[in-house]
Structure formats: structure tokens, C-alpha cells
Design a protein around this ligand. Sequence first.
Ligand code: HEC
Length: 101
Amino acid sequence: MKKQFLVSILAAGVMTLSLATAAQAADAAKGQASAKSLGCLKCHAIDKEVVGPAYKAVSAKFNKDSAKLIAAFEKVEDHGKVKKKASKEDLENIAAWIFTL
Ligand code: HEC
């Protein structure tokens, strides 16, 4: 009896944890929408250089490391205006989208 109770408590805990992880996971589809609405795509295209580098090249350069990609984004002077509009969450989602390219 006791053991069964413990097992169900544990199972509930694991379920809560995986739900929390899913909620936090960056969302590539949202990222694509944000890249459009925030104006990233005025200066960037997916597979050719515009004002900034192609996102396919960016994806290869940062190789799934979104922390590094976001840190590099913050350093670019041309991002002055767009930096104020983009939230941390927007950037996480955009990074997730870039890594699908
Ligand atoms: C006004 C034009 C402009 C806009 C708008 C813009 N970028 Fe850029 N971006 C650039 C330029 C120019 C570079 C290249 C800078 C360099 O190499 O020094 C760049 C580089 C980058 C890089 C690569 C940095 C690196 O070190 O390799 C990333 C990632 C990036 N942009 C993401 C974004 C995101 C995300 C947005 C929208 C939130 C955005 N950019 C909006 C012009 C822009």
C-alpha cells in the first residue's frame, strides 16, 4: 500500500516536471513569427546575405548554442533599435527557429 502511494507521488512529480520543461522550451514557430514582426527579416534573409548575414550561415556558425547566438546578437551595433523591442523570450524563440534552417 505504502509503496504504491509513493510510486504514484513520484509519477505525478515526473509528469509535472515534463510539463514545466515543455512550457519553457523555445518555440521555433513563434520565433519565425517574431523575426518577421520585429523586423529581423528586413536585414536578414534565410539563405542570402542582405544587410546582415544569412540565417543559414548564422545557424551553422552557432551550431545550436542559443546562448552564444543571443550574446552575439546583443553585440551588433545595427541591432540598436530592434534590441529594445525584442524580449529574452523572443530571442530564445528566434534562435530556436534559426537552428531549424
Ligand atoms: C538594421 C539591420 C538589422 C536588423 C533589423 C537586424 N539585424 Fe541582425 N545583423 C545585422 C548586421 C549588419 C549583422 C552583422 C554584424 C557583424 O557581422 O558585425 C547582423 C548579425 C546578426 C547575427 C549574427 C551575429 C554574429 O556575430 O555572427 C544574428 C544572430 C542576428 N543578426 C540576429 C538578428 C535578429 C534575431 C534580429 C531581429 C530581432 C536582427 N538580427 C535584426 C543587421 C540587422
